[in-house]
Design a protein around this ligand. Structure first.
Ligand code: ADP
Length: 560
């Protein structure tokens, strides 16, 4: 019932409890994720950018220095000076003192003939006027070759400078050991897959690449390399083998070479991956927590509403019952009054008949015989039945609270109750029933009519004894009286392990004349009178019972 009644509320509560915290939670996570990944990415980009820039500058300044060495020589010497015997050896020696990068040096006249040379080969007299490098230096004034290995298996390159003299232009050319900078580039390693290398404009390796690529071999991925550009460019590109790389490139030496640094994207993004896992974990835990809390709180609220509902309906039932009892009380007290009057007349008539009979016996007019004895028996029976009727009407009047004004006094339960229990204990013992009591000593006093309270407790105990005897016979049973405090009132509970009360009877037991006892044994007035007494004392009385399990009567009375 409550499931249907509150299912809409439950859904609404659940939805709002999930959505309200989930929105800021997700926003925080998303912002945090983008902020963090963004900063990690820009940190990586600036790192690789700086690396390429620094190494590019290193290489360029190396080449620039070597070039200015040659320019300086060409400025210092005239053609005639430099081809003088032994001069070129002297120049080489002084160059070597400054930098050991030079491996040979030579001078060429305008016709491309090698006129002076210092180095490991015999080159004087050889003619180079058709060589591409010679044509280039004659045209542009400066030439730098790509890197090659040479006979000594050391990376080299050739630098040539044109010296213009009137009618006598000449060229000075030197071979430079490029391993000085290529080693620096080749040794660059960041992470597991990070590496750097140099390519020429045709995409041939000018330095070796660690992951594969020998000197002057073509780079298979060069096609995707960016065209000549200014500064450093960072981008992601897929290599031929399908691996994605983060690239940083920079063009050097008048765009003759391209310095490349690269790292596998998966590795570069590994930190990011960790962030993703962390965010997922946080989202999972946080989400789980929010969901759990939402379910828990919703369950609590709906459960509380259910409880309030059942308390409300219980209260409603109690009100109806109390109203019905009050009505019955009104009716039955009128009825009792009506019965009482004829009963008094019958009693008066019976007394009169007895008096007349007595007189007749005394005067001897009435002889004792079987008939007179029968008349006397009838009269006695009438007397007994009148007394019984009177008892019932008294009971009805008590229930209806019309009779006797009660006298309230302060009752001290810890001494009052054991006395009472003592009264019924003997009867209980005969039936093999034990009465246990749990009565704290420090209870506050009650404001009640002690006689009426006694009537209530004795009634409950007697009912419990009757019930136990009905169930267990001579085997006996247990009665328990427990007293405790509850929110400014005192609670007295009488429990028994008798047969319990059927569900359909539970509603009726406070109703006058309701009894399950045989005719002549019960009047069905006991509990209704108890109920009347307790409500008059501003208390309340409840019953809890399950068939076969026993019964529990609970009375709440206000503290004095
Ligand atoms: P009576 O005792 O005269 O029957 P009551 O008003 O005292 O009248 O009790 C009404 C009915 O309530 C009893 O007949 C019995 O069926 C039931 N009852 C009362 N107390 C108990 C009890 N402790 N265990 C089982 N049934 C009980």
């Amino acid at each position: 019932m409550s499931d249907n009644k509150y299912s809409f509320l439950r859904r609404k509560l659940l939805a709002s409890m999930l959505i309200v915290p989930a929105i800021p939670f997700l926003i925080v996570i998303i912002i945090g994720y983008y902020y963090y990944t963004g900063s990690l990415e820009s940190e990586f980009i600036s790192k690789i950018d700086r690396m390429v820039d620094d190494h590019g500058n290193l290489i360029e300044s190396f080449i620039k220095e070597r070039k200015s060495d040659l320019v300086m020589i060409s400025e210092l010497y005239s053609y005639d000076d430099i081809i003088a015997k032994g001069k070129i050896d002297f120049i080489f020696d002084s160059l070597i003192e400054k930098s050991d990068a030079f491996t040979d040096i030579g001078v060429f006249n305008e016709a491309g003939v090698h006129v002076a040379y210092h180095g490991p080969y015999e080159l004087v007299g050889k003619k180079y006027n058709e060589a591409a490098w010679f044509k280039s230096v004659m045209e542009k004034g400066f030439y730098i070759s790509d890197v090659f290995l040479g006979y000594r298996e050391i990376p080299h390159l050739v630098v040539a400078v044109l010296k213009r003299e009137p009618h006598k232009n000449w060229v000075i050319r030197a071979t430079i050991d490029s391993s000085v900078f290529s080693r620096v580039v080749e040794q660059i390693q960041f992470g597991k897959t990070g590496e750097a290398y140099i390519l020429n404009r045709e995409g041939l390796f000018q330095t070796q690449r660690r992951s594969g690529g020998g000197l002057m071999e073509p780079d298979p991925d060069f096609e995707t390399a960016p065209a000549v550009h200014e500064g450093v460019r960072v981008f992601v590109s897929e290599a031929l083998d399908g691996t994605e790389y983060f690239y940083a490139t920079s063009w050097l030496e008048n765009n003759q070479w391209m310095l490349v640094a690269r790292q596998e994207k998966a590795e570069a993004y590994r930190d990011l991956q960790r962030v993703v896992y962390l965010v997922l974990l946080i989202a999972l835990l946080g989400g789980g927590l929010i969901t759990g809390m939402a379910f828990y709180v919703t369950h609590m609220i709906v459960g509380r509403l259910d409880l309030l509902d059942s308390e409300k309906s219980e209260l409603g039932q109690q009100l109806v019952r109390a109203g019905r009892l009050a009505e019955i009380g009104e009716m039955s007290s009128g009825f009792a009054h009506e019965i009482n009057n004829p009963l008094q007349i019958i009693r008066a008539e019976q007394t009169l008949v007895e008096a007349i009979l007595g007189d007749l016996r005394e005067s001897g007019q009435l002889k004792e015989s079987e008939d007179t004895r029968q008349i006397q028996d009838s009269l006695d029976q009438i007397k007994i039945q009148i007394a019984r009727c009177a008892e019932i009407t008294q009971g009805i009047l008590k229930f209806a609270r019309k009779k006797e004004v009660s006298e309230t006094a302060e009752v001290d339960l810890p001494s009052f109750l054991p006395e009472l229990i003592g009264l019924v204990k003997r009867k209980a013992n005969v039936e093999g029933i034990t009465i246990e009591q749990q009565i704290p000593k420090d209870l506050p006093h009650l404001k009640a009519d002690p006689a009426q309270l006694q009537q209530v407790i004795v009634n409950l105990l007697n009912n419990a004894i009757d019930a136990i005897v009905e169930k267990h016979g001579a085997r006996g049973g247990n009665i328990n009286i427990e007293v405790g405090r509850e929110d400014g009132s005192i609670c007295i509970e009488v429990r028994d392990d008798g047969p319990g009360i059927r569900k359909e009877n539970l509603e009726k037991i406070f109703t006058p004349f309701f009894t399950t006892k045989p005719v002549g044994k019960g009047t069905g007035l006991g509990l209704s009178i108890c109920y009347g007494i307790i409500t008059k004392m501003d208390g309340n009385m409840e019953v809890f019972s399950e068939e076969g399990q026993g019964t529990r009567f609970r009375i709440h009375l206000p503290v004095a």
